[in-house]
Ligand binder design. Sequence first.
Ligand code: ADP
Ligand code: MG
Length: 337
Amino acid sequence: MENETLESLGEFGLIDRIKNNTTLYHNETILGIGDDAAVIDNGDSFTLVSTDLLLEGVHFDLTYTPLKHLGYKAVAVNVSDIAAMNGVPLQITVSIAISNRFGLSDIDEIYEGINAACEAYNIDLVGGDTSSSRSGLIISVSAIGKVQKDKIAYRSGAKANDIVCVTGDLGAAYMGLQVLEREKQEFSANPNMQPKIEDKSYLVGRQLRPEGRTDIVHDLNEIGVVPTSMIDISDGLASEILHLSKHSQKGFTVFFENIPIENSTLETSSEFSLNPIASIISGGEDYELLMTIRQEDFEKIKKIAEITPIGFVTDEIENWLVLNSGEKTKIVAQGWK
Ligand code: ADP
Ligand code: MG
């Protein structure tokens, strides 16, 4: 299209455009742009590669984000993309750009978080790049992982009648962000106030210090289940359902009443007069896994308490959320503009 603009494309349209203008030259490149990680054949197994970029003022706000947590999160979100391929992370590289607002102790704090994540996930920090920045802090992490060839889970493998499952609980990270934003506003109005986030610690923790679900990859391996498709929930359940639907060319029907939600998520949503369905379906940064599994694996999946079935896959490519009233609402695209 001649009059295509960045605005009309949006994030996903832009990525599709970059992908369509890309040529792959190597047979070893099994999968390039388009999934949670690139897939490279290394003979015995597949190597996985993923990258994420975190920008101050866009992805994080340093008025309420401790630098140590930021370092940890920058690693965890990449671990999450490796886990979404059913893989195990092995190495990371970390690139940072720092403005003159930051001192040595700040950098030390960021790396304390990065090193804590490396220990938690058993990852080696093997390189990166360092630069000055004119506008705030930038952190980019790339992760390298691996997966046995017959265990890989793409976005594209969902089949009709598969069971749709999610890990953990959803919506808490988004509500944590709302709590932090409210505290920030109240603090700027009245700097003497004491933060009152004690009872919101679960939500705030989910926002500031998410975890990549490598534990689930381990559990799936133990029970001998390979998901037919999988993605991590970084942009909200609705958006990730649409990704699996598009890549698999199948439809998804999920039931709101089956979605695991912490009480404090719902309580805080109503306290803030937010639509609970929108908060849970579209609120991002849970870094849980959304997967589809074969019907015959259902009994095995029951052994993993952290995995919850929420719906099923259909041949008809339409995506529905069934509300508690029984009413159905179509899941529509969101994403960043
Ligand atoms: P995720 O949310 O899982 O990190 P993204 O939506 O950021 O995934 O990216 C989707 C796919 O597009 C990935 O394969 C990613 O590597 C690729 N991608 C994103 N931005 C670019 C870019 N600027 N150039 C090339 N590939 C990109
Ligand atoms: Mg992802």
